[in-house]
Design a protein around this ligand. Sequence first.
Ligand code: PRP
Ligand code: URA
Length: 207
Amino acid sequence: MVTVVSHPLVQHKLSLMRDVQTGVKEFRELAAELSLLLAYEAMRDLETVPTRLHTPIEEGEFPMLSGKKLALVAILRAGLVMTDAIVQLVPAAKVGHIGLYRDPATLQPVAYYNKLPTDIAERRVFLTDPMLATGGSASAAIGFLKEAGAQTIKLMCILAAPEGIAVIQRDHPEVEIVVAAIDPRLNDHGYIVPGLGDAGDRIYGTK
Ligand code: PRP
Ligand code: URA
């Protein structure tokens, strides 16, 4: 399942991120703000339980989060800006990191780091990466999560290409994708077109 968050605030912020004139500071802030808006949608089906408490006026039952605990997992580097933002909404979530970079020649993901919560099997996992291009990185990361025992995984991205979505649907059909927009295609270098460029480089100012 793919959920495209077509809210005007999301689309406006994404357009600002696309703009080549947008500098590092603003790009990073926009990525964080967009991540909060995506999380709002991705976490729509979290369970709540009526909980008795006292307001300053009277006692009553009010919904509080319940059910499985959460894990946020970033695909390094660029996914980090997303988990850093989202953990402010769900501060009890544990945070994992999967280090992957795309080999520029083969476009295949190369793994260099993997540190996940030990109880990930008991948690709902929200995997973050701003870009879903060929889908190689996200598919490999989901594979690592499953090897570690993760049962329920949602993939949160800012921008996707149809090729990447097809790869996730082929390799991990049970994983829901939440994304701000799906662009038409990839170019010969595996970049999303029109896209927003290299997300990691724009977040960290490395280009
Ligand atoms: C980018 C992006 C994804 C990956 C997407 O990472 O953040 O992880 O490319 O491409 P794919 O769907 O074709 O695998 P990159 O390899 O540039 O690493 P970085 O985040 O460390 O810059
Ligand atoms: N990774 C990026 O950062 N941008 C793309 O367009 C494709 C992969």
